[in-house]
Design a protein around this ligand. Structure first.
Ligand code: HDE
Length: 688
């Protein structure tokens, strides 16, 4: 049975948002076909014609309605973050934040708030591939009792620019070039790098973008960041600066670049498929919520400006306090209705959370509603089910395209006497939002604070914090991206810029992209921040995926024991054979094949278990299995080799060493293999 009909019932739980959405769900199962006017339709196969071979008649209202609706099915894609994928879930508070904020959903430990989370790629179009090198959006809508709170963040904690007025320039530069609309979903082209070299505030963010962070393995293993500095305000009116973090419980993990590119072809939906399937399987993605807090009086205590969105607050200096957990536990019913029509806005706040003067944040406060007005066709998009708050809405806003609400009564203005001045504003005590009374003074001026001028110290801090393989990946990414830049002048400018991050790095890049070695000097920063390196992340076996390469004639006891151990550790596996159907063990046992060597690829798995065996077309089977082994080996992945798998391994390019586990060497093969799987990549492997 298909999902829409099978589990429609179970979905409506006590969650207030889910109950609200239920009022809008329509299930066609077993129902009669009607027009949008509710008229039962008698024929949906032939249009009304003057004679069976004659012309179609205008009178056919069903035809006209159906085609017209179809003709208008598309809406503009988001100007950035077009390709996204979302899920429902809940946020549970661990510890009370009462001391810091009066936000209702952050008061009582155990409080659960319904959420909707949309992940996205920034640059590519709606139909682009998931695994492009790009920043991932991480937008969370909390449906709180005090109204919607949107935390519209990214998986990288800093941004390219410091002032929102430059955003259109940045996006024009990174999107496909306007004269030929090439390349799609890629920053590896002239205009992007021209922008980088001529806007040096991008340095820190570009280091992150060239790092493994921009090619996450899947969306369950990314961090999330609010990026800007926000403000917490408590019931006494005391304000503190705050930065928001999401930390995935499975740790932060990435693809390797060659793998990312191949996945784009093998499965353009790789990351959305992973998210969808994980939730369907009950492997709910979870992220802990953390806050960094700086006291108001410490605003100027740091060697960076805390309002500058190109800077992190190193966790070693300002610790991240974990205060809750986000669990994504329900897929959408309809991607258009929910994922596409959801409208996030950093300006959607609740009492206790407020803004700062970060000039990037200030600009965003304008942009989101503005773009939604055109994308969602007018001012009533807040009435679309996914965007509705779960608390009551009362105001004097009226009319506009596709208004759903029927406001009753004579009065639609404030103040009034006819309706006793209702709806009436609330005091802060009654839950009214009162803007934080920050003291501001200064001249009206178009300028940037000098405290925003240091573009290289934290870019170097990031570089210093990377492990040797991470550094190598950054180098490789620069060489790849700049290798695609046609203008030699731009390539030269870029190395002259990044020499300020690291001289050896920029020199190696220069040597590989046909330009002169840079002449400048690197930043003197020697500090590093271990929290920035993925080498220090959490590694667990749960939900990692093993591809079992298998033919006929395998040893049941050996394979079953291995698979049982994988299962016990929460490792997922898929049986990959020559063709769909079944394979047969040496003693006649049949096992179902899930995928074939043709329909899948090593890049779609975290690890391989090479069992081998016989096949109808033995030569092709051998070749294909060896191809899988070679590729997984090249991508530093763990490989388990069953006793029957040795002949396949022996003729591959792979060599025994770290992460290669032979059944012949381990009486307890399963556990040794799980240990390697947990490790995920073996960077000290020699790959040429
Ligand atoms: Fe956005 N951004 N942005 N952005 N942004 C949009 O809003 C914008 C920035 C982010 O899943 C748009 O509804 C400006 C930073 C996410 O629906 C638009 C600036 C961060 C999403 C917009 C920024 C983000 C968007 C396009 C420079 C991380 C997807 C469609 C100041 C903190 C939300 C839309 C979703 C979407 C403007 C910079 C995150 C045009 C002007 C920094 C996750 O309004």
């Amino acid at each position: 049975m298909d999902k829409s009909s099978s589990d429609h019932q179970r979905k409506v739980d006590t969650n207030s948002k889910d109950q609200q959405l239920e009022q809008f769900r329509v299930n066609n199962d077993g129902k009669k076909l009607t027009t949008n006017q509710g008229l039962k339709v008698s024929n949906d196969e032939e249009s009304l014609k003057a004679g069976v071979r004659g012309p179609t008649l205008m009178e056919d209202f069903h035809f006209r309605e159906k085609i017209t609706h179809f003709d208008h099915e598309r809406i503009p894609e988001r100007v950035v973050h077009a390709r996204g994928y979302a899920a429902h879930g809940e946020f549970e508070l661990y510890v009370s934040m009462k001391e810091f904020t009066k936000a209702n959903f952050l008061q009582k430990p155990g409080t659960k708030t319904p959420v909707f989370t949309r992940f996205s790629n920034v640059v590519g179009s709606l139909g682009s591939a998931d695994t492009a090198r790009d920043v991932r959006g991480f937008a969370v809508k909390f449906y709180t009792e005090e109204g919607n709170y949107d935390l519209v963040g990214n998986n990288i904690p800093v941004f390219f620019i410091q002032d929102a007025v430059k955003f259109p320039d940045l996006i024009h530069a990174v999107k496909p070039e306007p004269h030929n609309e090439i390349p799609q979903a890629s920053s590896a082209h002239d205009t992007f790098w021209d922008f980088v070299a001529n806007n040096q505030e991008t340095a820190h963010m570009v280091m992150w973008q060239m790092s493994d962070r921009a090619i996450p393995r899947n969306l369950r293993v990314i961090e999330g960041f609010g990026v800007h500095t926000f403000r917490f305000v408590n019931a006494q009116g005391k304000s503190r600066f705050v930065k928001f973090h999401w930390k995935p419980i499975l740790g932060v993990h990435s693809l390797v670049w060659d793998e990312a590119q191949k996945i784009s072809g093998k499965d353009a939906d790789f990351q959305r498929r992973d998210l969808w399937e994980s939730i369907e399987q009950g492997n709910f993605p979870q992220y802990e919520f953390g806050v960094q807090i700086i006291e108001q009086e410490d605003e100027f205590k740091f060697d960076f400006d805390i309002l500058d969105a190109t800077k992190v607050w190193p966790e070693e200096i300002v610790p991240v306090k974990i205060i809750g957990k986000l669990t994504l536990n329900r897929n959408v019913d309809n991607v258009f209705a929910e994922t596409e029509q959801v409208a996030f806005h950093p300006g959607n706040v609740v009492p206790g959370i407020d803004f700062t003067n970060d000039p990037l944040l200030q600009g965003r406060l304008f942009s989101y509603i503005d773009t939604q007005l055109i994308r969602l066709g007018g001012s009533n998009f807040t009435e679309i089910p996914i965007n509705r708050p779960v608390c009551p809405i009362h105001n004097n806003q009226r009319n506009g395209f596709s208004r759903q609400t029927i406001n009753v009564g004579q009065v639609s203005y404030h103040k009034n006497s006819l309706a006793n001045n209702s709806p009436s504003p609330s005091t802060a005590k009654e839950g009214g939002f009162v803007h934080y009374e920050e003291k501001v003074e200064g001249r009206v001026i178009q300028a940037r604070s000098e405290s925003f001028n240091d573009h290289f110290s934290q870019a170097r801090l990031f570089w210093n914090s990377m492990s040797p393989p991470e550094k190598q990946h950054i180098l490789d990414a620069f060489i790849f991206e700049l290798g695609k830049v046609k203008s030699k002048d731009i390539r030269q400018q870029v190395v002259e810029m990044f020499v300020h991050v690291d001289k050896a790095m920029a020199t190696t890049i220069a040597d590989n992209i046909g330009v002169n070695r840079p002449t400048g000097e690197q930043s003197r920063v020697t500090l590093s921040s271990p929290a920035l390196s993925q080498a220090n992340t959490r590694k667990v076996p749960q939900t990692l995926k093993v591809g079992v390469l298998i033919g006929n004639g395998f040893h049941v006891a050996e394979v079953e024991a291995a698979i049982k151990t994988l299962r016990r550790h929460g490792v997922l596996f898929s049986i990959i054979g020559e063709k769909l159907g079944t394979i047969t063990s040496a003693d006649g046992r049949k096992v179902k094949v899930n995928e074939t060597l043709l329909t899948t690829g090593s890049v779609l798995f975290d690890s391989l278990y090479v069992v081998g065996g016989t096949a109808d077309n033995q030569a092709k089977f051998n070749n294909d299995v060896v191809y899988f082994i070679n590729e997984a080996f090249k991508h530093y992945k763990p490989i388990g080799v069953a006793t029957t798998g040795n002949p396949f391994f022996d003729v591959s390019n792979a060599t025994a060493g770290p992460g290669i586990v032979f059944a012949k060497d381990y009486p307890d093969f399963g556990n040794a293999f799980v240990k390697s799987i947990t490790q995920q990549r073996f960077w000290d492997r020699k790959i040429y």
